[in-house]
Design a protein around this ligand. Structure first.
Ligand code: ADP
Ligand code: GLC
Length: 487
């Protein structure tokens, strides 16, 4: 089975969030199940540099007014996974964030940048002569890949089966209809039974409308996006397509996120021997300049800082938790200016109990995960969430809101839950009071070290690896192929 994966970010080449982790790990898990997966992505400078075994495999010409482009084949660093990179300097030779310019705003030509990604994916599907390899399945991820099935529909003719995965429905890739011409899409596609969405061209709508199957990254989120509270306007379409919509829980890559072998940690630990966890806490307190007191509950956040992630709740209850409940806090993140400022002000005021790093750091993320006692994730919406699973694996007890993938992976420690869910503290309402109450419950349990360590070790032993999820995707692919593809 040949599968073309299309993603705008892939760990370890370029990453802004969980999509990169998934796009870097799921293809490897699929390859282990004897699938021939190739990964198509934009040739950002960081990606071109980090890919190994690079060679030019096709001249892509000059399409969508993007300037001359070539297709470069390489391998994902650290594995053997084949990568296809679109080398189009005019669109992608820009340093930093893949979506935003230095002013923090979307690049003005994002429609073209990700239009070319989708267009190239469609060409690889439609024209075997391009690289002598043609997929049976086109698997696009998030809005940046959404136009690929729209091109295939516009061009007609034989095509592979198509799957579109929604990682976050709040990001829709909506653009002014004037982009239609430069994207070389037929005027006819701009209609409600097509890629039109409230008067805009929507890449997400195209992905959902034209794909044979739609998946999202947890069973609960698959249900939630069929309702107006979480559907972000897509609830009608998704309800209509309910029989083609599947929620498949993400896994985590335990070659990267594993406290028994994590290269960023000085002390390793594992479910049967959690002693190293305390040493990581001490090392983290030392690194962050926090008092090295094992008895203080060390809470952590590693996150994009925005209100979807419930960061206002954290800011709101931190002063009380630091001052009156004698907790410590380690924060790592970046995002909305409002939240960056809010956290920074708190860190200035409570520097003795709180350490903050505004920015992005993979090594620090691993060390915080290993050293903290509690991981705060009171997200208002969370399609899947990977960090709560990293926390479970690292014996850091999560406090989460019962939404999306958080509801599927964490059960309140006082309740009975699914067998493979971790134990943590679950809030049912996103308010600072509820979050504070959950931390107080954690503090009470923290006093009972034996019970605390038993729960942490139990969580660390859970299997969140990609194996099971990858086999669900294989079942979906096989089902589509049995149905005879989309031609
Ligand atoms: P989302 O994709 O919505 O941001 P996820 O929980 O799925 O949320 O994935 C977030 C990923 O990004 C995790 O791998 C997490 O460790 C990482 N991450 C988020 N913020 C930072 C940061 N400031 N520094 C390092 N890693 C970060
Ligand atoms: C998105 C979601 C997050 C999910 C990730 C990977 O970024 O916000 O919940 O874990 O994609 O699927």
């Amino acid at each position: 089975m040949r599968v073309l994966f299309v993603s705008s970010e892939v760990f370890p080449l370029i990453k802004t969030g969980g999509l990169a982790d998934v796009a870097g790990a799921l293809p490897l898990a699929l390859a282990r199940l004897k699938t021939d997966v190739r990964l198509l992505m934009p040739g950002y400078p960081a990606a071109l540099e980090a890919a190994t075994h690079r060679k030019v495999v096709a001249d892509l010409g000059n399409h969508l007014g993007a300037g001359p482009a070539r297709l470069i084949e390489g391998r994902l660093a650290g594995s053997n996974l084949p990568l296809l990179l679109i080398d189009c300097p005019q669109l992608y030779a820009r340093a930093g964030n893949p979506y935003l310019g230095p002013d923090g705003k979307d690049w003005p030509d994002n429609a073209k940048r990700f239009g070319l990604l989708s267009y190239t994916a469609a060409r690889l599907c439609a024209d075997k002569s391009l690289i002598g390899w043609q997929p049976d399945i086109l698997h696009g991820h998030d809005w940046q890949a959404g136009l690929a099935p729209a091109y295939l529909a516009a061009w007609g003719g034989p095509r592979p089966s198509t799957i579109f995965t929604i990682h976050n429905i709040a990001y829709q890739g909506n653009f002014d209809p004037s982009v239609l011409t430069e994207l070389e899409l037929p005027a006819l596609s701009f209609q409600p039974d097509g890629l039109e969405y409230y008067g805009n061209v929507s890449f997400l709508k195209a992905g959902c409308w034209y794909s044979d199957k739609i998946t999202t990254v947890s069973p609960t989120y698959a249900r939630q996006i069929q309702n107006s509270a979480q559907g972000c306007g897509f609830e009608g379409l998704l309800t209509a397509r309910a029989k083609d919509l599947h929620g498949i829980l993400n896994g985590i890559d335990d070659a990267i996120w594993n406290p028994a072998s994590d290269p960023y940690l000085t002390q390793h630990f594992q479910p049967g021997d959690m002693q190293g966890k305390a040493k990581n806490k001490a090392a983290l307190q030392r690194e962050l300049g926090l008092p090295m007191q094992p008895g203080r509950l060390l809470m952590a956040v590693i996150s994009r800082l925005n209100d979807h992630k419930g960061m206002d709740l954290v800011i709101n209850c931190l002063p009380d938790l630091l001052m009156n409940q004698h907790c410590q806090f380690a924060g790592l993140g970046s995002g909305d200016a409002l939240f960056e400022t809010g956290f920074t002000e708190l860190a200035d005021r409570h520097s003795h109990h709180m350490a903050l790093h505004i920015g992005y750091s993979e090594p620090l993320a691993h060390r915080i995960m290993a050293g903290a006692d509690v991981f705060l994730m009171p997200s208002r919406m969370e399609p899947c969430g990977l960090t709560q699973m990293y926390a479970l694996k690292y014996g850091t007890i999560p406090i989460v809101n019962a939404t999306g993938g958080l509801a599927d992976t964490v059960v309140d420690f006082e309740l009975e839950g699914p067998l493979n869910a971790g134990r943590g503290f679950v809030i049912e309402e996103t308010s600072p009071q509820e979050l504070r109450r959950a931390v107080l419950r954690a503090l009470a349990l923290f006093k009972d070290k034996v019970e605390w360590n038993r729960i942490a070790a139990g969580n660390a032993a859970l299997d969140f690896s990609w194996k099971q999820s990858a086999s669900h995707y294989i079942d979906l692919y096989s089902g589509l192929l049995r149905e005879g593809g989309g031609a």
